[in-house]
Write a protein that binds this ligand. Sequence first.
Ligand SMILES: NC(=O)c1ccc[n+]([C@@H]2O[C@H](COP(=O)([O-])OP(=O)(O)OC[C@H]3O[C@@H](n4cnc5c(N)ncnc54)[C@H](OP(=O)(O)O)[C@@H]3O)[C@@H](O)[C@H]2O)c1
Length: 349
Amino acid sequence: MHMTISVAVSGASGYVGGEVLRVFSEHPDVQFGALTAHSSAGDVLGLHQPHLRTLADRTIVETSADTLAGHDVVVLALPHGASGEIAAQLPPETLVIDCGADHRLASAEAWAEYYGGEHAGTWPYGMPELITADGRQRDNLPGSRRIAVPGCNVTAVTLGLQPGISAGVVDPTDIVAVLANGYSGAGKKLATNLLASEGLGAVSPYGVGGVHRHIPEIVQNLTSAGGDDVRISFTPTLVPMARGILATVTAPLAAGVDAEQVRAAWETAYADEPFVHLLPEGQWPTTAATLGANTCLVQVTVDAKAGRVVVISAIDNLVKGTAGAALQSMNLALGVHETTGLQTLGVAP
Ligand SMILES: NC(=O)c1ccc[n+]([C@@H]2O[C@H](COP(=O)([O-])OP(=O)(O)OC[C@H]3O[C@@H](n4cnc5c(N)ncnc54)[C@H](OP(=O)(O)O)[C@@H]3O)[C@@H](O)[C@H]2O)c1
């Protein structure tokens, strides 16, 4: 039976909103309703998203409970702190998918420490592949009417390392993650450090020294996967590319574990995952190979001299890191096959 799913997208002029529109357009049942934003309200979408030709003539409207009413699904792609208030005004039967951070953290204390202000509450977490105490997070999503889409860096680190945590082959108390990030991760806002003249010839670290907002969410996920006393040193760097995240994550090899057991942990964890792919031994993920696709590419090895497991994972921050995860979670919440409308073929070169 063919059904129509009406979807409103808030933040439609932004990077995530634009990618939600592109990715959700591939879904056979999705029909777009209101496209909302803030300062761009009144403009046609084509002014802000010229690559979305089929929607170029649609007019952006102001974001309010009224303009978002009457849809099956509302996707919020707003700056953090803005979605809690609007979500609270939407009816409980509407599936609300928040791409921002407002509803990801279980701990109000962690929210206050890393984001500040009132914690908006905790929603079911939109990472179907996340390992939980009794299975995978996808089992918790059917029937949900509120979903918190994970942070993009969080997705890269969690999907990279969680098999080792779950299998007990790495020590979770000494994780080090260094990431190379494309500029779209920072959103469309104007800022000096995001200017081409600053960034095109540079690799620049940011959020250094344990202060990045994605840290508590990574700890939450790796704890879900079975980690006890998870501790992570996390350093992202901006590199001159528009999209993509390459995460290099290392952790001490657990006592008595060999390289075969390490590989087996990752093979077992991802054998049946449609979107997370462990590459053949010796082949390393690149961001280019995930461009435009809802995939996370992973490789793992053991640095025997250092006594550490080394994992590399790559995603497109706007697809598996946001819009693709949103669509995958929507499918699960509405009882549609999880992979419907989702692309595993990237754009290359
Ligand atoms: N970029 C990524 O890779 C990524 C990945 C995962 C999650 N996220 C999260 O997704 C959210 C959106 O990020 P983004 O990168 O798309 O940011 P962005 O490019 O700056 O877009 C922000 C959008 O929000 C709208 N907006 C701003 N203030 C608003 C308000 N008070 N009320 C209603 N709409 C408002 C803007 O509308 P106007 O342009 O009309 O003002 C714009 O459409 C953020 O919470 C971000 O943390 C981003």
